[in-house]
Each structure stands twice: as structure tokens, then as C-alpha cells.
Design a protein around this ligand. Structure first.
Ligand SMILES: [Ca+2]
Length: 174
């Protein structure tokens, strides 16, 4: 089959995940059904998206929601960056940046430096979208990745609610 690429999307890494496999008691809007990384070469942008089994409420009743893509860009194996879109409230705890609550925020965490916040994200019904300057993650040509969802911050001791892929990792190259 001959494939002609005419759009800005050049390469994608897509993971499908079953509906209904999130941690028991979780809302369907943390149950991942698709997760994807796409290189938007014409814009030198990496597009991260996650589709959930149900639309995220416009005003979530949750104290916290987190949608994360863990990226392994540098050997040896292990996460070097996390792309995060999260919903922060007065009940979240200490995990979020100072500012008015509740609100959504996007950030890249490299586990060493302070988080770098970005505004190029969108919570669009059942899809969470983040558009990242590759320089924020060290401009890798390829990386391994795994996405996950949370209803409590990482430091809370509450495990992620769902993973895609369930077993680390998917491979992306641009
Ligand atoms: Ca799922």
C-alpha cells in the first residue's frame, strides 16, 4: 500500500486499552480507551492525547484528576519526563502550583528541575490533549512511553486508576 502524507502529522504511536479495566470504583472518565503520541512535524510539536471511556465533566466533582504520559527518553530504562494535565482543587493537597482553584494545569516534570508549566493543553469532552515543544523533553528522536490516570496526586499513596499500555511501554519515533 502506498501511503502519501499530506498533513502535519508524520508519525504516531497509538495504544488501545479496554474500557472497564480501571481500578474498581473509578469514574469512567479516568478509564483510558486510547492513548497516543503524534509528531506534528510541520509545527515541531509533539501532540499527546488520551481518550477516556466517558467525557470529563465540565466541573469535575473530584478533588483531583491527573492524566500523565511517562517518557523514557534516555537509557537506561526508567522515566525521564512526565507530561501532565491535571485538575487541581482546594482538596488536592500540596501537589499543584500556587494560583486560583479549581483549575486545570499542564506541566512537564523531569524529576530534577522545577516543573515547567505549559498552557497548550485542552480537556475536550472525553479527550485530554497536550501540545508540547519537543525541547521541553530534550528533543528526543524516539522514546518509550506509558500513560496513566489518577484521582489522587502521585504523592498520596493512591495508585493510578488505569494504564495504557498496561505493561510498559509503547515506542514512539519521529
Ligand atoms: Ca481502560
Amino acid at each position: 500500500m502506498l501511503v502519501l502524507s499530506s498533513s502535519v502529522s508524520a508519525s504516531s504511536s497509538v495504544v488501545s486499552d479496554p474500557a472497564g479495566d480501571a481500578a474498581p470504583g473509578s469514574p469512567a472518565y479516568v478509564d483510558i480507551v486510547h492513548s497516543k503520541v503524534t509528531a506534528q512535524v510541520g509545527r515541531d510539536t509533539l501532540y499527546f492525547s488520551m481518550e477516556l471511556a466517558q467525557a470529563i465533566p465540565a466541573n469535575p466533582p473530584d478533588s483531583f484528576l491527573g492524566y500523565n504520559w511517562f517518557l523514557d527518553t534516555i537509557p537506561p530504562a526508567g522515566s525521564d519526563y512526565v507530561v501532565v494535565v491535571r485538575f487541581c482543587t482546594e482538596r488536592t493537597g500540596a501537589a499543584c502550583a500556587p494560583g486560583p482553584l479549581p483549575r486545570w494545569e499542564g506541566l512537564v516534570n523531569d524529576f530534577v528541575n522545577p516543573p515547567r508549566y505549559f498552557s497548550s493543553f485542552k480537556v475536550d469532552g472525553a479527550t485530554v490533549k497536550a501540545f508540547i515543544d519537543p525541547a521541553l523533553i530534550g528533543s528526543p528522536a524516539s522514546f518509550e512511553w506509558q500513560s496513566l490516570s489518577r484521582t489522587r496526586p502521585a504523592g498520596s499513596g493512591v495508585a493510578p486508576r488505569d494504564f495504557a499500555p498496561n505493561i510498559c511501554c509503547a515506542s514512539f519515533s519521529r
